[in-house]
Ligand binder design. Structure first.
Ligand code: GRF
Length: 203
């Protein structure tokens, strides 16, 4: 399977997925990494492991619609079976989401449906939660609202800071995202009419 990964930053999830693909743990290839921000660490990381990289800078486009049209064109050049959002910090237009429906995954650092949006770790701390975590989900038209595929739960300790909690969550991100990708590549997970299925059973 051919995978295009979209990033905006450090690309640690992209690396975890690319490593799993390279190790034959996952029968797929990351054929390109596209960033909407130039100069980010994730682009260097991808190049170091020999992956084609590209920048489609949202600042070069007058509107979200124009940006998305160009991004779709670039993605489609690589003919991916799966589009992976890995720290890609742009809200996507409905047309974009529809185009990759059922073949686009995102990772969000909370136990969705809790804490959609930003600052998830701080919000979990502020609310005194004793557990927190991360979710991989299919992307649907509502932001952070597509059906869940896999979650990891981590404990929150009384001396946690946003930073320590983020680190604990990110370690789990690098475990669960390659698993979700593996399941997709093996045809085990699918999204039908907005619901996720695992081995044809509703999740
Ligand atoms: C991750 O924590 C992800 O959950 C969030 O953005 C971060 C991306 O990290 N949406 P990286 O670029 O994969 O290192």
């Amino acid at each position: 399977a051919r995978i295009v990964v979209l990033i905006s930053g450090s690309g640690s999830n992209m690396s975890a997925i690319a490593t799993a693909c390279a190790s034959e743990e996952v029968d797929a290839e990351v054929v390109a990494v596209i960033s909407n921000r130039p100069g980010v660490l994730g682009l260097d990381r991808a190049q170091e492991i020999g992956i084609v990289t590209q920048v489609v800078d949202h600042k070069d486009y007058a509107s979200r619609e124009e940006f998305d049209v160009h991004l779709m064109r670039e993605i489609d050049n690589y003919e991916p079976d799966l589009v992976v959002l890995a720290g890609f910090m742009r809200i996507l237009t409905p047309d974009f989401v529809r185009r990759y429906k059922g073949r686009m995954l995102n990772i969000h650092p909370s136990l969705l449906p809790k804490y959609k949006g930003l600052n998830t770790h701080q919000r979990a701390l502020d609310n005194g939660d004793n557990e927190h975590g991360v979710t991989v989900h299919f992307v649907s038209e509502d932001l952070d609202g597509g059906p869940n595929v896999i979650q990891a739960v981590v404990p929150v300790t009384s001396n946690d800071t946003e930073e320590t909690l983020r680190t604990r969550v990110q370690q789990q991100e690098h475990v669960i995202y390659p698993i979700a990708v593996k399941w997709f590549v093996e045809g085990r997970i699918s999204m039908i009419k907005g619901d996720a299925y695992f081995d044809n059973e509703p999740m």
